[in-house]
Structure formats: C-alpha cells, structure tokens
Design a protein around this ligand. Structure first.
Ligand SMILES: Cc1cc2nc3c(=O)[nH]c(=O)nc-3n(C[C@H](O)[C@H](O)[C@H](O)COP(=O)(O)OP(=O)(O)OC[C@H]3O[C@@H](n4cnc5c(N)ncnc54)[C@H](O)[C@@H]3O)c2cc1C
Length: 391
C-alpha cells in the first residue's frame, strides 16, 4: 500500500515512522517541515513514559520538576512535580520526529497540499509544486487543515485561540499557570532551553484576539517579563464542544485523520502533543494489521470519550463556583493545604488522571481533603521552593 501523509508535525511524522518501519511506502508532505510551530512545547509524564525516546534522546529539551499555580485572587500553590515534564522547542521536536521517520524509510517532501480527490480507489493530491498519488491518505495537517472534507470540522465554538511570545534569555526553572475568572483558558510561562514560552489560550468570544494579547502583555509587564526582543506567535487550538465529539470525523473512505486534524486536544489543559502521538500510533497499528476500519472505534474508546467528558467539565472548571469562590481558586487553595488534593493535581499535570475517574476520586477523598485543609490551617504554610524571576 502506498500512503501519503499530509502534514509532518508530531502526528504525521510519528505515523510516518511507524508505517515506513513496517515496510509500507510512505510519503510525508509538509509545507514547512521542521518549524517553530506556535506551542508551549510541554510533554507530560504520560507522553514521556509511553514514548521514552522523547525523554532519553540527545535532542535539546528542558526537564521541569516545579510548577506554580496561581489563582485569579493571587493565591498560589507551588508543587514539586514527582514526574517531571519535558519542554521542547517545536522546531527541535518536529525535526526529531521527521528524522526518525526518514530513518525508518519514509520519503519527506516540502510542499503544500491544496486539493485531495479520490478517483477509482486512488488519491490524487495536488500540491503547490507537484502532484502525488496514493492508495491511502493520512490527514495530519493540524488545526488549520485546509481539506474540509476530511478530518474534524471545527466550528467557531470548537477552537481556542492561543497566542503569546517567545522571550530570549536564561529562563526560570519552574512552569507557571495563571487562572483568571474572566477567561475560559489560562496564561502559561514555560521555560525552554534558552528562552521562555509565554502564552494565553482562550475561547474565541466577543472580546476577540486583541483582548487576549492585551491580557498576556499586561501579565508579562506585571511579572517583569520583557517584550523587547520577544517574538509574537498566534495559532488555533482545537477545543471541541461535547456535541462536536459526537459527529467528529476521524476516518472515511481511504483516509484517516490524526492529531489536531482529528480534533484530539484536551479541552481543559490544551494538551495536544500526547494525543497527536497516540492517535498516530493507533492508526499505524490498525494499518499494519489490516484493521484500518477499527481506528475510529479505538480512538473513540481510548481518547475521544475522555476528551468529550473533559469538554463537558471545561465550562464549570473555568467559570464555576465551589464553596462561594471560583473553582480554580478553590483548586489552588486546596492544593496548597491538602496533600491528598495535591496528589490529584500531580496526576492531572502528569496527564495520568482521566476525566472519567476524576469525579469519583474527588468525592472519594473529599472528607480527607477537608480534614487536611482544616488541620493545615492551624500550621504555618510554607512554599517548597523559592520563586525565581522569570528571565
Ligand atoms: C499556542 C499553543 C500552545 C500549545 N502548547 C502545547 C503544549 O505545551 N503541550 C501540548 O501537548 N500541546 C500544546 N499545544 C497543542 C499542540 O501544539 C498540538 O496539539 C500539536 O502540534 C498537534 O500536532 P499535529 O501534528 O496534529 O499538528 P501540527 O503540529 O499543527 O502539524 C501540522 C503540520 O501540517 C503542516 N500542514 C498544514 N497544512 C498543510 C498542507 N495543506 N500541506 C502540507 N502540510 C501542511 C504544517 O506545516 C504542520 O507542520 C499548543 C497549541 C498551541 C496553538
């Protein structure tokens, strides 16, 4: 079988490596190849444990074992992460994955696919520079997939805008997440090897992208993060509404979609890299074993059902109230005072706490959490590390 993969980001490159490694003829077509795609670049412990080469290889990356969560009220919780996360520059990560695909035998071409048409069980792909034929097409063109008849169909309510700045300099050692009561999303500060990635993600609403930019710039000014020399970035992030998961198209006649092009992003955290890799893995396994038709079922059972549940929780998480304050504020306060709640937060940051199990776990340990908070209030609280200046 001759396979064309449209898009050579993490999803396309990883699918390409696995399919070419199984002896299939694979061509990956990407308009930019390895590039600094706007992204935080954070890989959770779940991703690093499932795909250990991402943690062990020589490609430059930053391991981070400290996180600071800040509520709208200014309350903060400092966590020493038991399972560190790795932060990559996307140019490095994409380059690493494309190299692995090339070494596995995939052909990699720089071109932009503008049209895909199926004729007599064959795909005819028209690129800006050349034409390609294939028996099977993997759609991995990301959130801005231009092939409207293949992959997730993202409506206005199914996306977040994510924008921010890359700030040069020797960055702080911790990640920072700032919540705001007026934002369905959050601000992040992620240290990379030689710069900071600062950004904000939020649902597109009447305040528009300029408001998000204004908020992140205000935040940077308040935190002493210089705009001088910083590079602006902006992109879309799929964040499907619960109903959109029901009608989400991840495969069709002769094609399957992976990663952002399949809408596979966590609607609360915005994590997409794990889902890009995992969906590519599931698809490649299906193709290798001649069970492509199983892909949609596998991706729904393993990934999409839980992401859909996340989408149901997202509004309540960002805008809801609990015990007379914002849910996110309570979360930060609980995290600071209750070891049991901090354990839960550690698992959420590591990516190993499913939304399916979250509600049950919260209720199961609710009594213990309250008891720990009450008894903790009698002790002076301390922070496990000192907060450094950002750059
Ligand atoms: C600002 C921001 C911050 C983020 N931070 C994180 C984070 O810290 N951690 C995390 O896990 N996730 C994060 N995400 C999500 C993550 O970036 C995506 O989920 C991930 O990149 C998806 O990988 P992908 O391969 O599906 O798509 P992409 O990485 O978008 O790759 C798609 C590729 O397709 C190519 N392409 C597009 N159209 C065509 C075409 N017509 N022809 C040929 N090539 C084409 C592009 O050049 C690109 O290389 C963030 C997203 C944004 C926007």
């Amino acid at each position: 079988m001759n396979i064309a993969i449209i898009g050579g980001g993490p999803a396309g490159a990883f699918a390409g490596e696995s399919l070419a490694g199984a002896g299939l003829a694979v061509t990956i077509i990407d308009e930019k190849l390895a590039w600094e795609k706007p992204c935080g670049g954070a890989l959770t412990a779940k991703a690093l444990e499932q795909y250990p080469f991402l943690a062990s290889g020589e490609a430059p990356k930053r391991f981070v074992d400290r996180a600071v969560l800040v509520a709208s009220s200014g309350a903060r919780a400092c966590l020493r992460l038991r399972r560190p996360i790795a932060i990559y520059s996307r140019q490095v990560l994409n380059g690493l994955l494309l190299d692995r695909a090339r070494r596995a035998g995939a052909t990699i071409v720089q071109d932009r696919v503008v049209e895909a048409e199926r004729r007599d069980e064959q795909w005819m792909l028209r690129g800006k520079h050349s034409e390609y034929t294939a028996d099977f097409c993997v759609v991995a063109a990301g959130a801005r997939n231009p092939l409207r008849h293949m992959g997730a169909s993202l409506g206005r309510d199914d996306t977040y805008v994510a924008l921010g700045y890359y700030v040069p300099g020797r960055p702080q050692a911790h990640i920072e997440i700032q919540f705001r009561n007026d934002l369905e999303g959050y601000i992040w500060v992620f240290p990379r090897t030689d710069h900071l990635s600062v950004g904000i993600c939020g649902r597109i609403d009447s305040r528009g992208t300029p408001w998000l930019r204004h908020v992140v710039e205000d935040y940077m000014a308040a935190r002493g993060i210089p705009l001088d020399g910083a590079t602006f970035y902006c992109h879309l992030l799929p964040s499907l509404e619960p109903a959109s998961f029901e009608r989400n198209r991840v495969e069709g006649e002769g094609w399957a979609a992976v990663g952002d092009a399949a809408g596979l992003v966590d609607p609360i955290t915005g994590e997409g890299l794990y889902y890009a890799l995992r969906s590519a893995d599931l698809l490649a396994g299906g193709v290798r074993e001649g069970r492509v038709a199983e892909y949609a079922r596998c991706v729904r059972a393993e990934l999409m059902d839980d992401l859909q549940l996340g989408a149901r929780i997202a509004r309540r998480f960002y805008h809801g109230r609990f015990l007379f304050d914002a849910v996110t504020t309570r979360m930060v306060q609980f995290c600071r005072r209750s070891p049991a709640f901090e354990d839960l937060m550690q698992d959420l940051i590591a990516g190993s706490q499913t939304y399916r199990g979250l509600k049950e776990r919260l209720w199961r340990q609710f009594g213990l959490t309250l008891w720990e908070i009450a008894s903790g209030c009698l002790r002076p609280s301390h922070e496990p590390f000192e907060i450094e200046s950002p750059v």
